[in-house]
Write a protein that binds this ligand. Sequence first.
Ligand SMILES: NC(=O)c1ccc[n+]([C@@H]2O[C@H](COP(=O)([O-])OP(=O)(O)OC[C@H]3O[C@@H](n4cnc5c(N)ncnc54)[C@H](O)[C@@H]3O)[C@@H](O)[C@H]2O)c1
Length: 277
Amino acid sequence: MKTLEGKTAIITGSGRDKGIGKGIAMAFADAGCNVVISDIGIVKDHRFDESHIGTNDEMEAIVQEAKDKGVDAIGVACDVRSESEVENLISTTVDHFGSFDIMVNNAGIGYLMEPLIDFKEESWNAVLDVNLKGAFLCTKHSAKHMINQGTSGRIINIASQAAKSGFPFAAAYTASKHGMVGLTRSNAVELGQHKITVNAVCPNHITTGLGQWQNKFFSEKMGMNYDDYIQGIRDRIPLGRVGMVDDIAKACIFLASDQADYITGEALNVSGGEEMH
Ligand SMILES: NC(=O)c1ccc[n+]([C@@H]2O[C@H](COP(=O)([O-])OP(=O)(O)OC[C@H]3O[C@@H](n4cnc5c(N)ncnc54)[C@H](O)[C@@H]3O)[C@@H](O)[C@H]2O)c1
C-alpha cells in the first residue's frame, strides 16, 4: 500500500526544476498521491529576477513527470501573494479532483539579502509577502475547504533553519521564516478541532537553485571559495553531509501520512543535526 494512496496535495512553488517543491511533488506522486503543481508561472514583478522563478514550461514538464508516475496531476499558475489567485488555485483543484487533503506551503524567495542598515523597504515587503503572507492566504483558503469538506486535513509549511536561528543580511528572510513557525502554531491550535494538523519543516542547506545562490552569496561575503564554504558546512553537520531535496520530501510524506495523526504545531528540523532547537 502506498503511503498517500488516494490523497490529493497542492504544493506551491513546485514548478521549478531541482526545487524542494518539485522534490516533494515527485515523492508524493511516488507515494500514490495526486498532485497540483503550482508556481507563479510568469514573471510579473520587476523585483523577481527571472532566474529565480519557475517558468510555465518548467511547470508543465513537472506535471508530465508526475503523471508518468501513474497519478493524476494538473498545473495551476498562482502568485501566492494574491488572494484571488489563491482562491482560484483552490477552486481549480476542487473542480478537477473533487476535493484535496494536503496543502504544502513551499513557495518562497530567499535571494533578497542586504546588510540591515541598507535593507530596502521594497525588499522587505517582497520577502514577507511571498514567504509569510503567501502561506497565510493558502492556509486560510485550504482550511476553509477542508472544514467544509468535514474530513481531516494536513497543512505543511516549508520554513527553514532561519526559522530557528539568525543569519546575517537576512533580516526579512529570517523574520518571515520565524513568522511562519508562529503561523503554524496559531493555526494548529485553531484548526485542531477540525482534525486539520499544521506543521512546519525546517531544512538547512539544500542545493536547489535558491540554495546554490545562497551558498555563493555567503561564501563571497566570507571571502571563501565556494568548495571550502561547502566543506565548512559539511564539517559542522553531525551527519556529515548537506541536505538533499529528498530529505525534506520524506519528512513531508511522514507529516502528511496517517503515521502523523497526533502531531500538530511542530517545527521539525531536517538538518542532519545542525539545528537542534
Ligand atoms: N534551498 C535551501 O537551502 C532551503 C533551506 C531552507 C528553506 N528553504 C525553503 O524551501 C522553499 C523552496 O525553496 P527552494 O530552495 O526549492 O528554492 P526554489 O527557488 O527552487 O523554489 C522556490 C519556488 O517558489 C516559487 N515562487 C517564488 N515566488 C512565488 C510567488 N509569489 N508565488 C508562487 N510561487 C513563487 C519560485 O518560482 C520557485 O519555484 C522556500 O520556501 C525556501 O525558503 C530552502
